[in-house]
Structures are given as structure tokens and as C-alpha cells.
Design a protein around this ligand. Sequence first.
Ligand SMILES: [Zn+2]
Ligand SMILES: [Zn+2]
Length: 85
Amino acid sequence: MAGSCEKHGPQDDWSGVCRNVGDALKEGRSVGFNWGVDDGFYWAFCDECQTLTLNGEKRVHDLVPLCKGCFAEARLLNGNPEALQ
Ligand SMILES: [Zn+2]
Ligand SMILES: [Zn+2]
């Protein structure tokens, strides 16, 4: 998927994060960053979505695209957590 990030410019490779993670990054808030990589696709969910997923329930936030630079910033903002297995 091609496209351009307002902050980091043109991108060929995007991650997918729940909308809450994306919004929180813009506002500089920490909402949890539960992330991993599936087949080269980087994804991350907020704590609320992660808890629901672990309980077998549906996530409350849609997945939105986030550039890899923004992904790294969101990870740092949330304490630089390790990837989930
Ligand atoms: Zn969420
Ligand atoms: Zn970006």
C-alpha cells in the first residue's frame, strides 16, 4: 500500500494499529501498545482492545494504517514494550 504520512513523507510499507493507538499518538497520550508482526505486517492494539481479544471478544477500535516511523514513535511513547509472540 502506497501513500504519504504527514510527518514522515511517502511510505511503501504501513503498519496497522487500532484507532485508539493512532489518536493517542497525535495527542501524546499512552493507551498501551500491544504489538507484534505477522508475515511482515506490523500491528498494535491499545490495552482495551488487547484485553477484549484475550477474552475472545471483539475489539472496540477499527484498524487504521500507520507509517513505520509513527509506529516506532507510538511504541516509544508507551514505554518501548517488547513484541508479543
Ligand atoms: Zn484499541
Ligand atoms: Zn509517520
